[in-house]
Ligand binder design. Structure first.
Ligand code: XMP
Length: 531
């Protein structure tokens, strides 16, 4: 990682376990400043770079509790600005001998913060809110608050319930804010973060995908040398396509992409990926049709976790066999040494959380298991990027817009959208319904407004009537959600005529379906997928 810090000024975000920590990272990057999240327990002398500034995140803990996490106090001796958000404010104040106590009641929701003008504070520490006027709406979520200021700090903002809602050190660039600037409920929060990282820390706003691309291609060339070969699985999704195209740009045909058709893909997907990656983008791709093997192993299985495991394991078997074939085609130019993985930054964040990976609700399909036996080294060119950054990268790599904007599709594919046993017939029914659904969404110009949309085949039959005939057929549920990060999601409100058209087309055109329902559950308490 050291190379990235040589090229880009870095804001270090120390994570105390807040559900919003990754949003702070995103907001910094939206200002084109590279930001990296690390667990709050990191020791400053272990860092292999010097950040331009540090942000301390929120936390579900209370600073005064016995087992609460604390920052390495050396962070305040780094000589760089520090901003504490929520728990971060309390942690900073507590470390410097301020007092923190429980609020009378937990404060959760909107608040109006009054900004103390810089000239009234008697210092220049008002810089954090410069240009933001006298008051602004902010979002609060805290059960503790600062009750006594640490020495040398003064108030730069207050609300009707929080007298120390924003504080600043009189001589050093240390700031604390009780509200959450990183959430969209604080409309001017992004500006506050910008003020801190750009004006106060003086970070260079050079984190753009244009800059990243050149540096990453050189890095890949350097680590792969002049003969190293790389293999990688592609799925037709944004991440693997962008990663594959980037590898192709860097090392050409020494990168071999493998697409495994597992029999539970969307309609015509394998052929489309072949067309796109191989013919249009020039990537060296092999498509393996393993659908019979997958469907045979899935026969009679209903349990979603079993389906995921079977698909994950079978995928590994097929991929390894195919990779061996590539390795066997030795041409004297070098063997396969590397495995490309499309890991994104949110996966990295999850794995470095100081609390350990968050509770597993569903085991997501992961090709990490490939490494054990194949002894391949891992190459992860997207591991510093958020999804929107991957999309921007994709556009720069000339990947067509419809693919770059594509909704995510789960590794276990339609197997977790068929509630009940997976058979070729069930797959065919769902593929057709899903195809019509997505086609109509695109025609209505709504595709990019929706984070993910798909059809689900329910394991129930319902009575219907067609012509004079009574029918007794299956039911499809349509799901469409809006979401920023899929941790939470809201169901999408379609115009009625779009739903009517979709329903009418599915019941008319897909044999075996006589009823269409629309899923109006948010996450939580539901999840995005049904299984
Ligand atoms: P849930 O259902 O967990 O979905 O709310 C959140 C996001 O994760 C995707 N998802 C998966 N992706 N393998 C994947 O690669 C899986 O097993 C899996 N399960 C859910 C889901 O499509 C949504 O984007």
């Amino acid at each position: 990682m050291a190379e990235i810090h040589d090229s880009f000024d870095t804001i270090l975000i120390l994570d105390f376990g807040s559900q919003y920590s990754h949003l702070i990272t995103r907001r910094c990057r939206e200002h084109n400043v590279y930001a990296e999240l690390m667990p709050c327990t990191v020791k400053i002398h272990d860092l292999d770079f010097k950040p331009k500034g540090v942000i301390l995140s929120g936390s579900p803990y209370s600073v005064y509790d016995k087992d609460s996490p604390h920052v390495d106090p050396a962070v305040f001796d780094l000589g760089v600005p520090v901003l504490g958000i929520c728990y971060g404010l309390q942690e900073m104040a507590w470390t410097m001998n301020g007092k923190v106590a429980k609020c009378d009641h937990r404060e959760y929701g909107f608040a109006q913060i009054q900004i103390v003008k810089a000239e009234d504070t008697g210092s220049s520490a008002g810089a954090l809110f410069e240009g933001l006027g006298d008051e602004m709406q902010v979002w609060m979520s805290h059960g503790d608050q600062l009750t006594e200021m640490p020495p040398d700090f003064h108030v730069i903002g207050y609300t009707s319930t929080a007298p120390y809602a924003a504080i600043a050190h009189s001589a050093k660039p240390f700031y604390g804010i009780q509200f959450h600037p990183e959430v969209t409920h604080s409309p001017r929060g992004k500006q506050v973060i910008g003020q801190f990282i750009l004006q106060i820390c003086g970070s260079r706003p050079n984190w753009t995908m244009q800059e990243f691309i050149g540096k990453e291609i050189s890095r890949i060339r350097e680590i792969c040398g002049s003969s190293g070969r790389v293999i990688g699985a592609v799925s037709g999704g944004v991440d693997s396509t962008v990663a594959a195209k980037l590898m192709h740009e860097a090392i050409g045909d020494r990168f071999h992409a493998i697409m495994v058709d597992n029999g539970v893909l969307r309609l015509n997907e394998a052929a489309q990926v072949d067309e796109m990656l191989n013919k249009n983008l020039g990537v060296n791709l092999t498509v393996v049709d393993a659908s019979s093997l997958f469907l045979q192993r899935l026969e009679g299985v209903e349990d979603p976790e079993k389906k995921r495991k079977i698909i994950g394991n079978t995928f590994i078997n097929v991929f390894e066999e195919e990779a061996t074939k590539i390795e066997d085609v030795k041409d004297g130019k070098g063997r396969v040494e590397w495995l490309l993985q499309g890991t994104l930054y949110p996966d990295v964040i999850e794995s470095i959380s100081f609390k350990g990976p968050s509770a597993t609700i569903k085991t997501h399909h992961n090709v990490g298991g490939l490494l054990k036996d194949m002894k391949l080294k891992l190459i992860e060119p997207l591991r510093e990027l958020f999804k929107d950054e991957v999309r921007a990268l994709g556009r720069l790599l000339s990947i067509p817009a419809p693919l770059v904007q594509r909704h995510p599709f789960p590794g276990p594919g339609l197997a977790i959208r068929i509630l009940g046993p997976v058979t070729r017939d069930q797959v065919k029914i769902l593929q057709q319904a899903d195809h019509i659904y997505i086609e109509e969404i695109r025609k209505a110009g709504l595709y990019n407004e929706i984070a993910q949309a798909f059809a689900v085949l329910l394991p129930v039959r319902a009575v219907g009537v067609m012509g004079d005939q009574r029918t007794y057929e299956q039911v499809v549920a349509l799901r469409a959600v809006q979401s920023e990060d899929f941790m939470t999601a809201d169901w999408y409100v379609f115009p009625a005529e779009v739903l009517r058209r979709i329903s009418s087309r599915i019941t008319n055109e897909v044999p075996g379906i006589n009823r269409v329902t629309y899923d109006i559950s948010s996450k939580p308490p539901a999840t995005v997928e049904w299984l």
